[in-house]
Write a protein that binds this ligand. Structure first.
Ligand code: AGP
Length: 603
């Protein structure tokens, strides 16, 4: 969601900016732009609505310079138009600025300081750049004006700004929205995430909330808003440019679905030692062992993985678990237990809804763990403990391998915690064997892609609505399966507790309505069969996805053997593939569905 790139000290600035923006495409955007300055009085601003390829077409060969900033915009304030695209500029064309985040007091600032200024856009961002200019016009130098504006601005932001009068530097600031500095030899870059600049550097420095950076080609000066200097070392990002390429695949989503067996093996190798003992931090387990309740906080697919996790932790560790949506929990925090422990699940580690809960958890001095796919992400840095998903970069907006990895890591953690508690349930749960079964089980499903494509065509061609139903673990899974289908195929899909249909929703079932029924939950299996009959009697076209143990003749997809607790790791895969093929059949942009962003960095 909104991406920022910037570079200073290279002579192929335009190229680096455009390539960086392409790498950030996966985050979701609806317009893009660059500002390039040749440090010799000449500068260029190019903006376009739509894909980066449109921006590339608009960039002529003379757009060259030694410093530049670029941006992909996901519209919040104002429609996706060229005027609203970033970079924004002050009315005297002195300052150029890109922004990721949402400014909450922009109307107030506009009324108070900028009533006589002409605005070119409807964005909150333009207020920031006009405000800097307003203070510069009062005689402040660029940096002082930037700091003054920051001291008044409220909300979330990552800013990068170029002052035409000082084009030897980029002004950078951050609060709540992600931004990194990348270090080079005789040049430096900025980016919303490291993937954008891996071709330039693997060495990065974090910027923390409330910090300002003056970036020059040979120096990085970090300070707090009040000017106090900050010293911070760099870290190496161990990713290759090839990790983020599609290879021979038509879409990242299919590649990422296919990668899941390997992700299971990687998690197993990393977290389970050769002697079978678990590689989980002792302090983390001791802290969790003190908790009388676990609170899992997440959004979207990660929330669904949390729902599966609740069952795993409650059954294996005998501890009560609440699973909460970050967007709700942060603002309506219920009465907490006496000794809560928080688990943040987030593929990106940047989701603003979850992060605002973590900020409150830290204010309350409560212990927390972030389980994330992105080392050094904000949620990972700010939680007390971190566990990595090790799924490799997930680029497609629709989350697939991160979901299965989250369940696998939850299973490892539950086993480790249950062992610390000395519980038989933990001893009986052979997580190594289960992850091996998961890898093989996923493989058998992805090997049956052609069959699943046929089923997707048969059940979903021409349909507007679809339902996923199940009980217990299959209900949690149905929510994720339905989300996958709706977010990329745009078919209206709902996940339902199978028993709830007859309390209202069954009224929507008519001749030919596709209903995907999950039967993996032992306790609920026979009842779900009853619910299948109810919808069939009303004309539904039912596709059954059943585990080997509960399968009946006529069931279309059989899930190989695995412990029920983690069965969604395998049984979600047919739903991922069904969604993929339904999206393809409709000619949608599978990897970048409309209106969505990969990393949701605004609340
Ligand atoms: C699902 O396919 C989406 N990408 C979305 O629901 C996602 O899971 C959610 O925005 C949370 O993201 P996170 O895991 O990066 O925190």
């Amino acid at each position: 969601m909104c991406g920022i790139v910037g570079v200073i000290g290279k002579d192929n600035t335009t190229d680096i900016l455009l390539k960086g923006l392409e790498k950030l495409e996966y985050r979701g955007y609806d317009s893009a732009g660059i500002y390039v300055n040749n440090q010799d009085g000449k500068d260029f601003l190019v903006k376009e609505v739509g894909k980066i390829s449109e921006l590339e077409k608009a960039v002529t060969s003379d757009v060259q310079g030694l410093v530049g900033i670029g941006h992909t915009r996901w519209a919040t304030h104002g429609k996706p138009t060229i005027e609203n695209a970033h970079p924004h500029f002050s009315d005297d064309n002195r300052f150029y600025l890109v922004h990721n985040g949402v400014l909450t007091n922009f109307e107030e600032l506009k009324n108070k300081y900028l009533s006589d200024v002409h605005f070119n856009s409807q964005t909150d961002t333009e207020v920031a750049v006009q405000l800097v200019d307003h203070f510069a016009k009062q005689g402040m130098d660029g940096e002082t004006a930037f700091r003054k504006a920051l001291s008044l601005i409220e909300g979330s932001y990552a800013f990068a700004m170029v002052d035409k009068e000082q084009p030897d530097r980029i002004f950078v600031a951050k609060n709540k929205s992600p931004l990194l500095i990348g270090l080079g030899d005789g040049f430096n870059v900025i980016c919303s995430d490291a993937m954008a600049m891996l071709e330039e550097t693997h060495e990065y420095v974090e910027i923390h909330d409330g910090e300002v950076v003056i970036l020059k080609k040979n120096s990085v000066e970090i300070s707090k808003l009040d000017g106090t200097k900050v010293q911070r070392g760099s870290y190496t990002v161990n990713l290759d440019a090839s990790d983020i390429s599609k290879g021979t695949y038509a879409h990242y989503m299919l590649k990422e679905i296919d990668e899941q067996p390997n992700v299971m093996r990687k998690i197993s190798q990393n977290y389970i030692k050769n002697d079978g003992t678990l590689n989980v931090e002792k302090d983390l387990l001791d802290e969790m062992n003190k908790a009388d309740r676990l609170y899992i906080v997440a959004a979207g697919t990660s929330y669904h993985a949390g729902l599966v996790g609740r069952n795993i932790f409650e059954k294996i560790c005998d501890v009560p678990v609440d699973v909460e949506l970050g967007s709700e929990f942060g603002y309506h925090m219920p009465k907490l237990s006496k000794h809560p422990f928080f688990i943040f699940l987030s593929q990106s580690g940047e989701t603003a809804d979850s992060r605002q809960v973590l900020v409150k958890v830290n204010e309350l001095n409560l212990p927390s763990l972030t389980i994330t796919n992105v080392a050094n992400s904000t949620l990972s840095r700010e939680a007390t403990y971190t566990m990595e998903l090790l799924a490799g970069p997930e680029i497609a907006v629709a989350s697939t391998k991160a979901y299965t990895a989250q369940i696998a890591v939850e299973a490892v953690l539950a086993k480790a915690l249950g062992e610390v508690k000395g519980l038989q349930s933990a001893k009986d749960f052979d997580v190594k064997e289960q992850l091996a079964l998961a890898a093989n089980g996923i493989q058998s499903i992805v090997d049956a892609k052609d069959k699943i494509k046929k089923l997707a065509d048969e059940f979903l061609t021409g349909q507007r609505d679809a339902f996923y139903i199940g009980r217990g673990i299959d209900y949690a899974l149905s929510l994720e399966a339905a989300l996958k289908l709706k977010e990329i195929s745009y078919i209206h899909a709902e996940g339902f507790a199978a028993g709830e249909l007859k309390h209202g929703t069954i009224a929507l079932i008519e001749k030919g309505t596709p209903v995907f029924a999950y039967v993996n939950d032992g306790v609920g299996a026979s009842h779900t069969r009853g619910n299948i009959q109810e919808v069939e009697a009303r004309g539904a076209n039912v596709l059954v996805i059943a585990s080997k143990k509960y399968a009946e003749s006529g069931d279309q997809i059989i899930i190989p053997e695995i412990d029920e607790l983690i069965s969604p790791i395998i049984s979600v895969v047919p739903a991922q593939l069904i969604a993929y093929y339904a999206s393809l059949a409709r000619g949608n942009d599978v990897d970048k569905p409309r209106n969505l962003a990969k990393s949701v960095t605004v609340e």
